[in-house]
Structures are given as structure tokens and as C-alpha cells.
Ligand binder design. Structure first.
Ligand SMILES: [Zn+2]
Length: 358
């Protein structure tokens, strides 16, 4: 009716049936011509968006849970640090090793994924900090850079206001008989993830360390270039952060400084298994033994700090191995092609106690 009344004034001589036919044709033509949002969005550039969004959501939920429980564990939307038992942790780790993406990360997730995590924009858009909603995402330079992390989201406020932030320039430590870190690492399955901020290796359950009466399970390790921590002002070529968590949700990170030298077999294993796409852990064939990454000399520095990525949650026990481990120039360059600079600047020591092995 409505359509006919629109058409009728222009076609006064037409008979009723013809008019009705024409009206329907116009409706059909309108329907065909009308832009359909779902399809309009599926341009090649944006096809990767859902994946990216997923990676970010995962990161967000990790972050928030980190905020609550000081944990950088991934898939943390479901996780509430303190109440978590080892069984749940193991199950989650097993899930994490699977290619299956996280089904429904709560608006809450850590680690490190970024807005420009579009697989096809690996090189070109690295510095672009804006997500599809115009929302700023954290990065290592530009508008989303470390000096702005605290302003990006309320849950990142500690990045700006925290008094026990990491990394720090480690100096003037007190030399004492530090208890040995008891590493209990064994050959384990793993998956490699490019989360948009670093290369992260998720490790199957069964690796842990014991220190100060607590047992911490190894969850993942990842890399920074150059090293985030400094020793007496010296920065190293890279660092590996081995992230552990105990049954109460407390975090302990072991930092292994990496410097140019010989080939590092474990690093090579990780590079050999780099995923082609961001945001999806790629389960690797075979196993890796984290003992291969530890330096011979187990002396270390220790202090209380934070996550070095948003939300910068504090209460993290840091153990920085004093002896650096070598990796080759080629291995260094491979990471440099993916992440030329992903180190947070050093934060004020603010009178924190640093202890060091004799
Ligand atoms: Zn790190």
C-alpha cells in the first residue's frame, strides 16, 4: 500500500495488477540494493578483526585477573587467582596448549597482544596503537607507549602510580647467602604464541621451582629485546622471563639475561616453531627442557616488583639470574625482525631492598 501510493502519482495510467507488480519489483530492488552490514564488513582487511579482537579480549581478561591476583596467566577470564587450585591450573594449561581459541574470555585477560595484531600487517602497522573502536591499546612507543599506560584504562593505573614497579636498574644489592632456587624442570610439551607484544611459549604442566617455602608452577616464558632489567646500568641484548605462579596465585618471575655469543638450543627450538599467525598458540611437535635455558651459575638478584606490561600488577617476586646466557647474532636478529623493541623503561627503585647471592 505504502509503496503503491509512492509509485501511483508517477504512473497514473497503469492498471492495478501492473501497479502492484511494479511496487513489488521496487521493494525487491530496494532490498537488493540496501547495504547489508554483515557482508559490508567482510573486506579482506577486516577479516582478521574477529581474531584480533579475540586476542585482545584474552589479553584483557588476563590483565584484569592479573590486577586482582597479580597474575599474568593467560586465559584468565575464568581465573580468580587466590581460589585457584593446581588441578584447575593444569587443566587450563592443557587448554592453553590446544589450538582451540579461548571460547568466551570474560571482559577481563594478560601477557601481551596488541591491536595491530593483524596477521597481514606484521611489519607495516606495528606502531599503530589504535584498535578498531578507536580505543588506544598499549604499545612500546607512540600514543600507547609506556609513559601513557597508566592513562589508557583505569585498571592500568598502577603503571603510573605504583611504587614497586618493574623493571629496575639492579644495583646496590645486599650480598647475602641467598637460598638456592630449586628448579624442577623436565622435558615438556609446549606451544608457541605470537601475542602481539612478544613471542610467548606456553609450557605443559609439570615444571616448577621452589623458593622461600613456596612452590611455583611454570606457566609460560617470553622474551624482551633489549633486556628490560639492567644490572648496574647495563642493558643486555635480550631477556627471557619465566613466569611462575603458586597455588595462592602469587607470581614469581625468573629473568634469564641473554647476550650475543653462541647458539642457544632452546631459543632455536622456539624460533623453529614460530607461528605464522598472531594470537593463536601453535602446539609444537616434541618437547623442550627449560633446564637448557638456565645459566650454569645459579646466583641471582631478587626484589619485589610488578608485571612489566599493563596492568603492571605488583606483588611479583623477581629473581634475575646473575650470569647471562648466550644466543647467536642470528637468533637475536630473528626476534628483532618480529619485535625490534619491546622493553619497558626502568622504573624508580624507590628504596626497595635488593638482595644478591654471595
Ligand atoms: Zn616479560
Amino acid at each position: 500500500m505504502h509503496h503503491r501510493s509512492l509509485v501511483a502519482p508517477f504512473l497514473p495510467s497503469l492498471q492495478r495488477p501492473t501497479l502492484a507488480c511494479l511496487s513489488w519489483l521496487m521493494v525487491a530492488a530496494l532490498c537488493l540494493a540496501w547495504p547489508r552490514p554483515a557482508q559490508a564488513r567482510s573486506t579482506p582487511t577486516e577479516k582478521s578483526e574477529p581474531k584480533v579482537e579475540k586476542a585482545e579480549r584474552t589479553e584483557k581478561s588476563d590483565k584484569q585477573s592479573s590486577d586482582k591476583s597479580a597474575t599474568p596467566v593467560r586465559d584468565a577470564g575464568k581465573e580468580e587467582g587466590a581460589a585457584e587450585n593446581l588441578g584447575v591450573l593444569r587443566q587450563r594449561l592443557a587448554e592453553r596448549l590446544a589450538t582451540r581459541p579461548d571460547p568466551a574470555p570474560a571482559p577481563s585477560a594478560k601477557a601481551e597482544a596488541r591491536s595491530e595484531a593483524k596477521a597481514e600487517s606484521r611489519a607495516g602497522k606495528r606502531a599503530e596503537p589504535k584498535g578498531h573502536g578507536g580505543e588506544l591499546h598499549w604499545a612500546y612507543e607512540g600514543e600507547g607507549g609506556p609513559e601513557h599506560w597508566g592513562e589508557l584504562k583505569p585498571e592500568y593505573r598502577l603503571c603510573a602510580s605504583g611504587k614497586r614497579q618493574s623493571p629496575i636498574d639492579i644495583r646496590d644489592g645486599i650480598r647475602v647467602d641467598l637460598e638456592k632456587i630449586q628448579f624442577d624442570y623436565q622435558p615438556s610439551g609446549f606451544a608457541v604464541l605470537d601475542n602481539g607484544h612478544t613471542i610467548q611459549v606456553n609450557i605443559a604442566p609439570g615444571n616448577s621451582l621452589q623458593v622461600m617455602g613456596r612452590r611455583y608452577e611454570l606457566l609460560q616464558f617470553h622474551f624482551h629485546r633489549p633486556s628490560e632489567e639492567r644490572i648496574n646500568g647495563r642493558q643486555f641484548d635480550m631477556v627471557a622471563h619465566l613466569v611462575h605462579k603458586d597455588a595462592d596465585g602469587r607470581l614469581a618471575v625468573v629473568a634469564v639475561l641473554l647476550e650475543r655469543g653462541r647458539d642457544q638450543p632452546l631459543v632455536q627450538t622456539v624460533w623453529n616453531n614460530l607461528p605464522l599467525e598472531k594470537g593463536e598458540p601453535l602446539p609444537a611437535p616434541g618437547q623442550m627442557d627449560l633446564n637448557q635455558l638456565l645459566p650454569e651459575d645459579r646466583g641471582y638478584y631478587t626484589y619485589m616488583g610488578s608485571l612489566t606490561t599493563p596492568p603492571c600488577s605488583e606483588g611479583v617476586l623477581w629473581m634475575v639470574m646473575r650470569q647471562p646466557v648466550q644466543l647467536s647474532a642470528n637468533q637475536l636478529n630473528i626476534f628483532g625482525r618480529l619485535y625490534p623493541m619491546n622493553a619497558r623503561p626502568v622504573q624508580p627503585g624507590s628504596g626497595r631492598l635488593i638482595k644478591e647471592s654471595q
